[in-house]
Structures are given as structure tokens and as C-alpha cells.
Write a protein that binds this ligand. Structure first.
Ligand code: NAD
Length: 244
């Protein structure tokens, strides 16, 4: 299939996990794809790679400008870079709140700000934000992470309203627990990772974790002309744990 033939896409956090799977899927389907990441050293052709930190406005602007020049324009922005945090409101100090909100929320704002002038002149412009079921699920010990993803959900709806008349669609995906290096790191930190993984899988109605490719499939749908009349929505990719 070639749903993305002629389209140019930028994926933040595209060196690992969901972002990597998304960049690879879009490229397989015919897009030219640029990855923006803190550490893009593992990114291989045909993907283009740019080093940037989404908490640093100047580095985002420089990387987006370079990617747009190399791609010859921009049609699709996937705001996927994100970090986790655990704990209740009593567990994380202000500094940790600022750090996570800086990546997960302001990271989306900075990349969107740099990309919007280019998306505005695209004939098929779409932004897809990687949100989370944490935005609406009320997960225990995820106060900061949930607040950050709640902000991404609200931002998605607001941006959809702001840019629909410019021909730019804005949607998000809400993954459940997806089997990425991130989850691998969390499991590695507990005493018995094998038992913890089994317990995690047992909590899923499907009996297994979501795959990065399944989240990538939802992102690709929302980025493609197949979803041309869809904007301001959140698509759950959670194996039935919780819809929006
Ligand atoms: P991951 O850790 O495998 O990949 C995240 C990528 O983002 C990495 O390549 C990392 O280098 C990059 N990154 C982190 N901070 C950055 C920064 N400041 N600037 C640029 N790049 C940065 O994680 P993942 O599981 O693939 O998560 C991707 C997204 O999916 C995140 O937004 C996360 O919140 C969301 N998500 C993940 C899950 C899950 O279960 N894995 C569930 C719901 C939502």
C-alpha cells in the first residue's frame, strides 16, 4: 500500500518504542520520514535523523527547520516524545513536575509552534499527539504523568479547533500499556521482572500488552488521508482497558 506516497512526516521521540514503530510504518507506506530525538544514533536509512531536545526551543526550531529543508516541506507531525513519572502528589517535588511537564506538554507546544507555518502550506496537514489512557483513567501513583497527559488531551482538542479552518487536523492516540523499551526499563527496576510482566499481562483484557506497531497503526490512520474528516479526537489503543 502507499497511503503516504508523497507525504513528508516528522516524528518526535522516533528513535525508540512507539515513535520508532511509527516512523518505520509511515516510511513503509511511502512517506519520507524525519525522526527528532535526544539520541537518534540508532536511526537508520531511509529515516532521516535529527538530534534535538524538546525542552529546548532553539534546538527544536533548528531541527525542525533542517528536517523541513531536507524533506522539502512537512505534512505530518507526530508529537510522541515523552517521559514517565510515578507517585502521588506527595512524592514528586516541584522540580520533577516542571521537568515532566516541560517534556510531555511544552515539548508538544514547541514542536507544533515550529512546524505549524510549514503545515499551513501543506495540502494534507495532520498532527497526531501521543497521549495515554492515563489522561482519563485515574491511575494510582501516576499523578504527575496523568496530569501531563491530561494536558496533552486538552491541547489536542484546543489545537484541533484553532487550526481546522487552516486545513490542519489534530488528533491523539491513547495507548494502554505498550511493550516498549520504556516498559522494559520499568520492569527491570523491580525485584522479579518476569512475575511483574505476567501480572501486568494478566490485568489486560487481551492477556497481553499492546505492541508498538499497534499504536503506530492508529497514529498512521490519524495521520493519513483515510481519516480526512476526523479532527479533535482521541483514539484508544489499549486492548479494551478503557476507552475515552
Ligand atoms: P521510549 O522511552 O521507548 O521512547 C521515547 C523516546 O522519546 C526516546 O527515543 C527518547 O530518547 C525520546 N525523548 C525523551 N525525552 C526527549 C526529549 N526531551 N527530547 C527529544 N526526545 C526525547 O517510550 P515509549 O513507550 O515509546 O513512549 C512514547 C510515547 O508514548 C510517550 O509520549 C509516552 O508517554 C507514550 N505512552 C507510552 C505508553 C507505554 O506503555 N509505553 C503508554 C501510553 C503512552
Amino acid at each position: 500500500m502507499s497511503d503516504f506516497e508523497g507525504l513528508r512526516a516528522l516524528v518526535t521521540g522516533g528513535a525508540s518504542g512507539i515513535g520508532r514503530a511509527t516512523a518505520e510504518l509511515l516510511a513503509e507506506r511511502g512517506a519520507q520520514v524525519a525522526v527528532l530525538d535526544l539520541d537518534p544514533s540508532s536511526v537508520e536509512k531511509p529515516l532521516l535523523a535529527y538530534r534535538a531536545d524538546v525542552t529546548d526551543d532553539a534546538s527544536v526550531r533548528t531541527a525542525v527547520a533542517a528536517a523541513v529543508t531536507d524533506l522539502g516541506g512537512l505534512d505530518v507531525l507526530v508529537n510522541n516524545a515523552g517521559i514517565g513519572a510515578q507517585g502521588t502528589v506527595e512524592d514528586n517535588e516541584d522540580e520533577e513536575w516542571r521537568r515532566v511537564l516541560d517534556v510531555n506538554v511544552l515539548g508538544v507546544v514547541r514542536t507544533a509552534r515550529a512546524a505549524l507555518p510549514h503545515l499551513r502550506v501543506s495540502a494534507h496537514a495532520a498532527i497526531v499527539n501521543t497521549c495515554s489512557i492515563a489522561a482519563t483513567a485515574g491511575l494510582p501513583r501516576r499523578a504527575l504523568y496523568s496530569a501531563s497527559k491530561g494536558a496533552v488531551l486538552s491541547l489536542t482538542l484546543a489545537m484541533a479547533a484553532d487550526h481546522v479552518r487552516e486545513g490542519i487536523r489534530v488528533n491523539c492516540v491513547n495507548p494502554g500499556t505498550a511493550d516498549t523499551p520504556w516498559i522494559g526499563r520499568l520492569l527491570d527496576a523491580v525485584d522479579d521482572p518476569v512475575a511483574e510482566r505476567a501480572a501486568l499481562e494478566a490485568r489486560q483484557p487481551t492477556g497481553r500488552l499492546v505492541t508498538p506497531a499497534e499504536v503506530a497503526g492508529a497514529i498512521a490512520y490519524l495521520a493519513s488521508p483515510l481519516s480526512g474528516a476526523t479532527t479533535g479526537t482521541a483514539l484508544a489503543v489499549d486492548g479494551g482497558v478503557q476507552g475515552l
